[in-house]
Design a protein around this ligand. Structure first.
Ligand code: GLU
Length: 282
């Protein structure tokens, strides 16, 4: 996809084919869930651990964020209460392998649906639309992607954000790739990098942290459309369908909006409306 500045008006909606491909496995129903007797009594769910507002492991060992709320709602619809969920950290570069190995049943981790990833995993959703943006120090004069040439730009290995930088909007930036965005934030704070790029949803969460208050600003660029999906093992159409039903219910019973208000409210992140299941904004 050629990246361009995206406006709501220019965004075109394409249908997402949700049917399983012929090469899918499809038989490993218990991957990511441990069973005793018939039904699984635990379900393993992949999330991020270091993304405030989305997926965060707090110092007391609990988990919070929009992705955590979506995952908890979906798990409940699949028959698992909160105390039956075993959270597993799935960093950006680990997600496809975690699903292929059966480490987790599904992944809710700011995971954009892309054609490349669809070769390896299946997706339910989308359940949120975000956009790639830049986070810089408050006094930085970087305000456009073209300002990034020759600048030190941080992003995460295995993310669409890092890929888009190289392919499209800042091929001449000095890209530093780390395993997680929290390492980029540390670099931005210390001055070892000039900017951090990823989804605006993630950047807003960091910028609003008490410890960073007033230090950073978002450029406000919509550099891409990131359609967040819930990743499942390739071929597990049954789980995809169940998760899609759960997501539809989450929107219609207003739990989706509540999760948005609870988790994005503090960061003042202005999210897009709930996407329609099976429709991607390109
Ligand atoms: N949504 C993008 C992706 O799936 C960036 C965020 C992330 O690394 O999780 O690659």
């Amino acid at each position: 996809m050629k990246l361009r500045k995206v406006t709501a008006a220019s965004a075109v909606v394409f249908a997402l084919a949700l049917t399983a491909t012929a090469c899918g496995g499809g038989s490993d129903k218990d991957s990511g869930s441990s069973s005793s007797g018939g039904g699984g009594d635990k379900i393993k769910v992949g999330i991020k651990y270091d993304q405030p507002g989305l997926g965060l492991k707090t110092p007391d060992g609990s988990f919070a964020g929009f992705d955590v709320d979506v995952a908890s709602y979906v798990a409940k619809e699949l028959g698992y209460e909160a105390d039956q969920i075993e959270w597993v950290e799935t960093k950006s570069a680990d997600r496809e392998n975690a699903l292929a190995r059966g480490d987790v049943k599904f992944i809710v981790a700011t995971y954009s649906i892309t054609d490349e990833r669809k070769q390896k995993v299946d997706f339910a959703g989308p359940y949120l639309l975000a956009h790639q943006d830049l986070l810089v120090k408050k006094d930085s004069d970087i305000s456009e992607a073209t300002d990034l040439n020759d600048k030190k730009l941080c992003s995460v290995t295995g993310s669409t954000s890092a890929q888009n930088v190289k392919k499209d909007f800042a091929p001449k930036a000095q890209l530093r790739e780390y395993p997680g965005y929290s390492e980029c934030i540390a670099g931005l704070q210390s001055g070892s990098v000039d900017a951090l790029t990823t989804d605006d949803s993630i950047l807003a969460g960091y910028a609003s942290q008490d410890k960073f208050k007033g230090q950073f600003k978002l450029a406000g660029l919509k550099l891409s459309n990131e359609n967040y999906g819930i990743g499942v093992k390739k071929g597990d159409t049954e789980t995809v369908n169940k998760i899609n039903d759960a997501l539809e219910k989450m929107v219609s019973d207003k739990s989706w909006q509540k999760a948005v208000d609870d988790n994005f409210g503090p960061a003042e992140y202005k999210n897009e409306p709930a996407p329609k299941i099976g429709e991607l904004v390109q």
